[in-house]
Design a protein around this ligand. Structure first.
Ligand code: GDP
Length: 432
C-alpha cells in the first residue's frame, strides 16, 4: 500500500484538504507513536485503490528556527512516502517558506505534487500560474472548502505512485484453496480419501496429464474447499527414485497456488529435515498454516513426550500455527480441520485499519520503547498494514529496530489482534 505524505505550512488549508481527500467532513485526529504528536496517518481509498495518507502537521518554528523545521518535515516526507503533496495557498503565493521546502523536495527521488489551494472561484485561477516558479511541475488548483479539483488531484496522486504489485488473490469468491503437503508416506492420500469419502461425487478429478495439476473439490463442514494438485495423491502415483527434486518442486507449486496449507507430520516418527523443509516453504510463501500430526493412533505416552519436546525445539518459529492431532486411519479429529482452516484464513485475510494499529502501537511503544542503538533511541513514527494475505506491517522509523524488538512487536500484535494460523510480516523502513 503506497504512502502519500502531505506537507504545508499552517493556514494553507491543509487539514481541510486532507479531510476532503479522505472524503470526511470533520477532522478525525488519531495520535501516532513517537514524540511527534503532529503526524497522523489515515487510510485513504480512491478509485478502488488504497493508500496511506500521512499528514505531517504544520511547520512551526522549532529551536533551530522555522527553516530548519520545514526542512526536517520535508526530508521526513521524502524518506517515508512514495509520493509527496505540497499544499500552498494560491491566494498568498509561494512564500520563502515554500521556496525552502521546494528546494528540498526538488532533490527528492519521489514524485512531488503541488496543490494550489483556496482557488474557490474563477478569479483565483490566475494566482495559480505563479506557482510554477517553485519548480515542482504543474500547480493543481483545488478548493478544499468547496471540493473542486480534489478528484483530479487524487487521480494525479494515484498516477504518481509507483506500480504496486497486485494482490495475488483478489476478492474472487470460489472455494478457498488448500494445499495438503508433507513428506512421502505421511498419509496425504489417506487423509484426502478420508476427507472426501472414497465414493463422494463432490470430488472432481479432471483427467489430467502429469504436467497438469488437478484439484479436488472437497466438502468439509458444509463448505466446499479446493484442494490443489491432488491428482498424484489420489492416484497414489509411486515415483521412481531420484524424483524427490521434482516432488519438492511440485509441493512448492501447490503451496504457491494455495491460500492455506495443511502440513502433515508423521506423529509416529521423529521430526525430519524433510518436514522442516516443507514447513519453510509454507512460511516463506507467506501462506496460512495448519499443522496436522497424522497417525495419532500410533502415538503412545513415550512418543508423546518426545513429540512435545520436538515441538518446543524445532517448531518455535511456527508457534502461531494451530495444531491438530489426527488419524487418517480412524478418522480421529479429522472434523477439526475445517474450523482450524477457517480460523487461519480469517487471520490471513485480516487488515487492521491504520488508526487502530497506530493507537495500539503508540501505547505499546510508550511503555516499551525500542532499545537504544549506537547511543540513539530509534523512534517509531507510524505504522500501516500495507497488505493482508499475509498480513504485512510496515513500520516507519528513525532507526534500525533490533530483531528481538521486532519479534516482541510481532508477538504483541498477534496477541492484541488475535492472529492465529497466519504468518505476520513486519518490515521496517528507516528514514535515512
Ligand atoms: P502419502 O504418501 O503421504 O500420500 O501417504 P499415504 O496416504 O500413502 O500413507 C502411507 C502409509 O501410511 C499407508 O500405508 C497408510 O495406510 C498409512 N497411514 C496413513 N495414515 C495413517 C494413520 O493415521 N494411522 C496409521 N496407523 N497409518 C496411516
Amino acid at each position: 500500500q503506497p504512502v502519500l505524505a502531505v506537507v504545508g505550512r499552517p493556514n494553507v488549508g491543509k487539514s481541510t484538504l486532507v479531510n476532503r481527500l479522505l472524503g470526511r467532513r470533520e477532522a478525525v485526529v488519531q495520535d501516532v507513536p513517537g514524540v511527534t504528536r503532529d503526524r497522523v496517518a489515515y487510510d485513504a481509498l480512491w478509485n478502488g485503490r488504497r493508500f496511506t495518507l500521512v499528514d505531517t502537521g504544520g511547520w512551526e518554528p522549532d529551536a533551530k528556527g522555522l527553516q530548519a523545521s520545514v526542512a526536517a518535515q520535508a526530508e521526513l516526507a521524502m524518506h517515508t512516502a512514495d509520493a509527496v503533496l505540497l499544499v500552498v495557498d494560491a491566494r498568498v503565493g509561494a512564500t520563502e517558506t515554500e521556496e525552502a521546502v521546494a528546494r528540498v523536495l526538488r532533490r527528492s527521488k519521489r514524485p512531488v505534487l503541488l496543490a494550489a489551494n483556496k482557488v474557490d472561484d474563477q478569479r483565483g485561477v490566475s494566482d495559480v500560474h505563479s506557482l510554477w516558479s517553485l519548480g515542482l511541475g504543474e500547480p493543481r488548483p483545488v478548493s478544499a472548502l468547496h471540493g473542486s479539483g480534489s478528484g483530479d488531484l487524487l487521480d494525479a496522486v494515484l498516477d504518481a505512485f509507483p506500480e504496486t504489485p497486485r494482490e495475488i488473490f483478489g476478492a474472487t469468491g470460489g472455494p478457498r484453496r488448500v494445499a495438503l503437503v508433507g513428506k512421502p508416506n505421511v498419509g496425504k492420500s489417506s487423509l484426502l480419501n478420508k476427507l472426501t469419502g472414497e465414493e463422494r461425487s463432490v470430488v472432481h478429478d479432471v483427467a489430467g496429464t502429469t504436467v497438469d495439476p488437478v484439484d479436488s473439490l472437497v466438502e468439509l463442514d458444509g463448505e466446499v474447499w479446493r484442494f490443489v494438485d491432488t491428482a498424484g495423491l489420489r492416484k497414489r502415483v509411486k515415483t521412481a527414485s531420484g524424483t524427490e527434486y521434482y516432488a519438492s518442486l511440485r509441493t512448492k507449486a501447490a503451496i504457491e497456488a494455495a491460500e492455506v496449507a495443511i502440513m502433515l507430520i508423521d506423529a509416529s516418527e521423529p521430526l525430519s529435515e524433510q518436514d522442516l523443509r516443507v514447513l519453510t516453504m509454507v512460511v516463506e510463501a507467506g501462506r496460512a498454516l495448519v499443522i496436522a500430526y497424522n497417525k495419532w493412533d500410533l502415538v503412545d505416552e513415550d512418543r508423546r513426550h518426545q513429540l512435545e519436546k520436538e515441538i518446543d525445539r524445532e517448531l518455535v518459529r511456527v508457534r502461531w500455527a494451530e495444531r491438530v492431532n489426527v488419524s487418517a486411519k480412524t478418522g480421529r479429529a479429522v472434523a477439526k480441520l475445517a474450523p482450524t482452516l477457517r480460523t487461519a484464513l480469517e487471520s490471513w485475510d485480516t487488515r487492521i485499519p491504520t488508526g487502530r494499529l497506530n493507537g495500539w502501537l503508540s501505547d505499546l511503544v510508550a511503555a516499551n520503547p525500542p532499545p537504544v542503538r549506537g547511543g540513539r533511541q530509534p523512534k517509531i513514527l507510524f505504522a500501516t498494514q500495507a497488505q493482508s494475505r499475509p498480513p504485512t506491517i510496515v513500520l516507519f522509523t528513525t532507526g534500525f529496530l533490533e530483531a528481538g524488538y521486532r519479534r516482541f512487536l510481532e508477538r504483541k500484535f498477534r496477541e492484541t489482534f488475535g492472529f492465529v494460523g497466519s504468518p505476520v510480516r513486519i518490515s521496517v523502513r528507516v528514514r535515512e
